[in-house]
Design a protein around this ligand. Structure first.
Ligand code: GLY
Ligand code: MN
Ligand code: MN
Length: 366
């Protein structure tokens, strides 16, 4: 049994659980190495202490699960079959007849699926599987770090490609298409979220939608993008100026850069997570832009682009070696434009390493 599965099994025993039903693509991937996007169909990894685990997958995914290296039972079902009938039988074969406690991902399992199990097992009570899994996924191992590094390098390449494509009159969508085309040529099938390329006043919306806005001299240009590589995500934001930069733009750029560097510099084992947020927030507030930094400093990153932990000022947990997260302060001025600078960060033995490495000094693109 792989070490992740045995760690999860030990945790289930410690928590007095009869079984775990893991349904999310990310946690199934983490525990089994099998990545599946089942859409509305049921995907389930069932872990029963002291018994063999089993996977339940849409029938057409069975061979892919086997190819991913899953060595235990795989139950495939067709669109006209009820997967819960198979689950019931497989649990029975493993001695689970009237379970009273199961770990599920409470944050995301569909209510009707949780209800379906409780209809079959009326005494079943639920426990949060995330309490274990989030802690396990928090610390990345060497193999995961290597993939995250490569994913980050491809995000750097995406920004570099976007910057090179800038010319007067080009639209946001044209630049976005160039970035994704070049990444596809490098084998990237999936971006980790919808790529953002925002010009001028549109960069003033933290999560704006790219469209047919044409680039003109004096615009700030904000790129926010990331790739999925071998199941792991990257996420970078860079802002550049096109043609010229005015005093206000330069001031907010340099404020965000100072804020980002403050947060980076205190990234090391033992730092309170909330202090990472506060370090940047203090710089931005002291410069008079506190009201224009409306989001937390960042989020954990790994199999999911936003994962545990939340890097908010209220988080009292301490940084540990092997954690990966983003640092992405921003200032967004309506009608003027915005600046955000975002890196993916790894906590090392004594400090940090930024996985994304695209330069951060203000660039004026001619
Ligand atoms: N693009 C979303 C984020 O940076 O978190
Ligand atoms: Mn981002
Ligand atoms: Mn981010």
């Amino acid at each position: 049994m792989n070490t992740r599965l045995s760690k999860m099994t030990d945790w289930l025993i410690e928590q007095n659980q009869d079984f775990a039903y893991i349904h999310s693509s990310s946690n199934v991937f983490y525990l089994s190495s099998f990545h599946c996007e089942p859409h509305e169909r049921l995907l389930g990894l069932f872990i029963v202490p002291n018994q063999e685990p089993f996977l339940v997958v849409p029938g057409m995914e069975v061979s892919q699960a086997r190819d991913a290296g899953w060595e235990y039972e795989i139950i495939g079902y067709s669109d006209s079959e009820d997967p819960f009938d198979f689950i019931h039988e497989a649990l029975k074969e493993r001695g689970v007849h009237q379970p009273t406690s199961a770990s599920i991902e409470k944050g995301t399992l569909a209510y009707e699926r949780a209800e379906e199990l409780q209809t079959r097992y009326p005494k079943l009570q639920y426990h949060s599987a995330e309490l274990g899994l989030n802690q396990f996924r928090l610390i990345k191992d060497e193999e995961e770090i290597e993939v995250l590094r490569e994913a980050a390098a491809l995000a750097d390449f995406g920004v570099e490609t976007g910057v090179k494509a800038l010319r007067e009159g080009i639209t946001e969508m044209e630049v976005l298409a160039t970035i994704e085309f070049e990444l596809k040529k490098k084998g990237i099938r999936e971006m980790s979220f919808s790529t953002m390329v925002l010009f001028g006043e549109k960069s003033g919306q933290p999560h704006g939608n790219p469209g047919d806005r044409q680039l003109k001299k004096g615009d700030l240009v904000l790129f926010d993008l990331g790739v999925v590589l071998n199941g792991y995500c990257s996420d970078i934001t860079r802002t550049v100026a096109f043609g010229e930069v005015n005093e206000k733009q330069e001031e907010i750029y340099n404020t965000v850069l100072r804020a980002q560097i403050e947060s980076l510099h205190i990234s090391k084992p033992g730092t309170r997570l909330g202090d990472i947020d506060l370090a940047a927030r203090n710089v931005i507030s002291n410069a008079g832009y506190g009201d224009y930094f409306p989001h937390r400093i960042g989020h954990g990153i790994g199999i999911e682009v936003h994962e545990f932990p939340s890097m908010s000022e209220k988080n009292n947990s301490l940084l540990q070696k092997g954690m990966t997260y983003t640092i992405e302060p921003g200032i967004y001025l309506p009608d003027v434009g915005g600046v955000r600078i975002e890196d993916d960060v790894l906590v090392t033995e004594n400090g940090y390493e930024t996985l994304t490495k695209y330069p951060k000094e203000l660039q004026i693109i001619e």
